[in-house]
Design a binder for this molecule. Structure first.
Ligand code: GLN
Length: 467
């Protein structure tokens, strides 16, 4: 009830698209009954959680923040949603995002932008007053899972699901002062997650501490017959050691990640964290990921190509929106898609179809697949040389004021912003953003740790040490 009342009090954050109050209260009642009757409890019994609005939820609208799916009520739960509910979690609602998870600010959805709760923190406000800045200058939450991040940061729930295709969980986690975890590709089921880029999408986890993340991951991880890319995996990621000895670890610092756009403050925190590992006895070495400079371009060719193919299903016939223009089937398709998708989505469909044209396929799509392989090899080489975990920044800078964020060309900028996160998705590796400090402005800053594939448990143990 307290969480529900906080949701109401923080409506201005625009974190939720749908609040499932009745569902949550009923689940809470059942949970209380289980407890009172001394029945066995689930790992998340009675814990309020929120879910990004691109995961299917049975009987609850799932919109992807798009006109195309507004009003769409799925007949089934995504596997990860079902797993949360099976362990007794209370579903507080569906959270806001960039349309179809395309973006890195949570400013591009049809329900309007998400506000970062830190915009209203005492420290940030005082700082702005001192600098005689306007009061209405609120900050973006990061994206595309900004609604989930804001929901956890505003204490309206204890954990939330995001999705992460190129950084969409880690980026908003860094901007909102949370732990944001992207599991290894194949560890957690994508069944019921409306796809952006099938070969890179993973469900992500937001929480306020690494232990909570490990608990939720323990609930979500595992093979799903409905997602053939999930692996039969024996690891129990919920069991991370309470005391971590980092002295036997080798931490790699990728030299290509020291880019000129990186803020001085983040740069210095990054090097302080490296020193911290060193003083804990870890070996800290500089490593090279030589194909980093191609990663953003490569991501965009592959992303838009998969988007073009994925979005073909939204034709006005099966789900969601259908245009009233019906002089011919073709005209109906075109009008439906014009009315249903924003310009970011339409832009990506156009680019993707261009890359997939018969005359361009070899030169763009196939070439990008080959570059992806080189990017994957960069990581493998580093891990094969004995590095256990990579330490990098998560974002180039702290959360930007909304008015500044929307000034520049959105697509070009959001491409740059994912420089530290996208390659990880192309390689399918686990990565986590850990909040490490507040900036001079009083805003949270996160650093990223990247692990070997399926060493999610070890990665979280290291994250807990850094936390
Ligand atoms: N910002 C990236 C994009 O727009 C990543 C999005 C994501 O991870 N969902 O594609």
């Amino acid at each position: 009830k307290k969480c529900l009342s906080l949701i109401k009090k923080t409506r201005y954050l625009n974190a939720y698209i749908t609040v499932s109050e009745e569902v949550a209260l009923k689940q809470a009642e059942e949970s209380e009954k289980r407890y009172k009757e001394g029945r066995s409890l689930g790992d998340l019994d009675g814990i309020p959680v929120a879910v990004k609005d691109n995961f299917s939820t049975s009987g609850i609208e799932t919109s992807c923040a798009s006109n195309m799916l507004k009003g769409y009520i799925p007949p089934y739960n995504a596997t990860v949603v079902q797993k949360l509910l099976d362990q007794g979690a209370l579903l507080m609602g569906k959270t806001n995002l960039d349309e179809f998870a395309m973006g890195s600010g949570s400013t591009d959805g049809v329900f309007g932008p998400v506000r970062n709760p830190w915009s209203y923190s005492r420290q940030y406000r005082e700082r702005r007053q001192r600098d005689a800045q306007e009061d209405s200058h609120w900050l973006i939450a990061g994206g595309s899972s900004g609604g989930s991040a804001a929901a956890v940061a505003a204490f309206t729930c204890f954990a939330a699901l995001g999705s992460d295709t190129g950084g969409s969980t880690r980026n908003p986690a860094a901007h909102c002062g949370l732990v944001g975890f992207k599991p290894s590709y194949g560890l957690v089921s994508r069944h019921g997650l409306i796809p952006l880029v099938n070969s890179m999408d993973v469900p992500g986890i937001f929480s306020r501490c690494v232990d909570d993340t490990a608990t939720v991951l323990g609930v979500l991880a595992g093979h799903d017959p409905k997602d053939s890319t999930t692996v039969q995996d024996p690891i129990k990621p919920s069991m991370i050691p309470s005391v971590m000895d980092v002295s036997r670890l080798c931490i790699g610092i990728p030299k290509e990640y020291l880019v000129p756009e990186l803020s001085n403050e983040i740069r210095s925190l990054w090097s302080q964290a490296a020193d911290l590992f060193e003083s804990g006895g870890a070996k800290v070495i500089e490593v090279s990921l030589p194909h980093t400079c191609y990663s953003i371009v490569c991501y965009h060719v592959l992303c838009t190509s998969e988007v073009a193919s994925n979005m073909a299903r939204f034709d006005g016939l099966q789900y969601g929106h259908r245009s009233g223009i019906d002089v011919s089937t073709e005209a109906m398709y075109a009008a439906t898609r014009q009315e249903g998708f924003n310009d970011v989505v339409r832009g990506r469909i156009l680019s993707g179809n261009f890359f997939l044209l018969k005359e361009n396929y070899e030169n763009y799509f196939i070439k990008a697949q080959k570059v992806r392989r080189l990017i994957v090899r960069d990581f493998l080489n580093v891990f094969d040389s004995g590095v256990d975990v990579l330490l990098t920044p998560t974002t180039l800078r702290e959360a930007m004021p909304y008015l500044e964020f929307i000034k520049e060309d959105n697509r070009t900028r959001s491409a740059q912003d994912d420089i530290f996160t996208q390659a990880v998705n192309m390689a399918g590796l686990p990565a986590v953003s850990v909040p490490v400090a507040l900036s001079n402005q009083g805003l949270p800053i996160g650093l990223q740790l990247i692990g070997r594939a399926f060493c999610d448990q070890q990665l979280l143990a290291v994250a807990k040490w850094l936390e």
